[in-house]
Write a protein that binds this ligand. Sequence first.
Ligand SMILES: C[S@@+](CC[C@H](N)C(=O)[O-])C[C@H]1O[C@@H](n2cnc3c(N)ncnc32)[C@H](O)[C@@H]1O
Length: 288
Amino acid sequence: MSGIDDLPPLREVIKRHDLQARKSLGQNFLLDLNLTARIARAAGPLEGVTVVEIGPGPGGLTRALLATGAARVIAVERDERALGPLQEIAAHYPGRLEIVLGDAQTFDPRPMLDGGPARIVANLPYNIGTQLLIDWLCTEPWPPWYDMMVLMFQREVAERIVAVGDDEAYGRLGVLANWRAETKILFDISPAAFTPPPKVTSSVVRLKPRPNPDACERRLLEQVAGAAFNQRRKMLRQSLKPLGVDPEKLAAAAGIDGTRRAETVPVSGFVAMANALAELRKAAKTAT
Ligand SMILES: C[S@@+](CC[C@H](N)C(=O)[O-])C[C@H]1O[C@@H](n2cnc3c(N)ncnc32)[C@H](O)[C@@H]1O
């Protein structure tokens, strides 16, 4: 038996269900229930909350979320070998764990939600973690269906998520994430905590959606940030050329000096440029 519940230790569960980690599924399991409890607490308090967990695997974090008091956990897992362990957890917490066997990349939890608070908590498979985050950040309508995300990434990705300027890590991801959410790295987890250990340190990141992000068209924001950071060493008057409008005019309309480089522009500057781009394109259309 383990500390947080009366279920057997995870090593034993993995052995019994033949759930040895597979690299192709991005499987690095956290078997230390004190650590999974720490992640669950970072997402708390969880009373009355539905948690959507991606990639529960043998269920270490799932168990912690339920033991911490989550009203419901909807756990989406692609590996059917995890079904046995997850069903044992479901039996231990009747009516509180719903297991979805499927691909998180095409899963929409909204039809399963009951209108109460919902949160995403996950030790994500690294190969699809960034794309899942981008999809959640691009959710429409906004504010989204979740009120918080607590997610584990490689430290380097975590740094890109929270970066907001004058920083090597600042880029498109930082612009998008910090436009729509308040972001914070909560703590690191060493490779040694995982089975098998990954090559790099991981970080737990919290993202809280901003109820009213500065108004702008998300696709234009992505285009502007994409162009600017694609040539991050160049001045905006050069790097913004692929957008098809006069880059000097675009920067000026947003109140930004065209000689600046992308990483010196705060998120609000990118929002201003996205709005200026909308105006300039509209004007160009009217003129033709
Ligand atoms: C890093 S492991 C985390 C496992 C467990 N939550 C833990 O902390 O020990 C990632 C998990 O995501 C699952 N996974 C990988 N690709 C997936 C996908 N496309 N959809 C759903 N789950 C996926 C893997 O099978 C694995 O269980």
